[in-house]
Design a protein around this ligand. Sequence first.
Ligand code: AMP
Length: 147
Amino acid sequence: MSPAPHQSGQPVEGCVFCQISAGRIPSIKIYEDSVFLAFMDITPQTEGHFLIVPRAHYPVLGEVPEAVLVRALPLAQRLAAAAMAGLGVEAFNLLQNNGAAAGQAVDHWHLHVIPRRDKKEFPFPPGRAADLTKLPFVAENIRLNIK
Ligand code: AMP
C-alpha cells in the first residue's frame, strides 16, 4: 500500500527541520516561539547565516498559510536587525528557495538570512539584458495567471 499523502502542516518522517522542531536532533537556536524556530545554518554561506523555519511542515511557499506568512517577514526583519547589530554587519541577503531547480534542498519551507560583508563572498551574478521582443509576452503569461 502506498503511504498516505502528506497533510499540509503535519510533521514529515525523515524531514530534518521537523526533527529539529521536535527537538529530536540538535540545532544552535537563536530564537523560538510557538510558530517559528530560527537556528544557525550548518553549512553557512557566510558567518552568521541562519534559517527561519516554521515549526509546521509546508514544502514550498505556495503551501504556507497566510497566517504564518504574515509573521515571517516581521520576524525576519527583527532577527536580521539583531544579527546586524550583534555581528557588526550592515548588509544581508534574505533568500528563499522553492523547488529543486531553485536549489531547495530541504523541502520544509524556510527563509535564509545571510549576513554580507563583501560582494564576493556569495555570488549573485548580474543577469543578461532582456530580449525586449519577448519580455511583454513573458509578463503577460504571469499577469494572466494572477489569482
Ligand atoms: P535550501 O537549499 O534552501 O533548502 O537550504 C537548506 C539549508 O538547510 C542549507 O543551507 C543547509 O545547510 C541547511 N541545513 C540542512 N540541515 C541542517 C541542519 N541539521 N542544521 C542546520 N542547517 C541545516
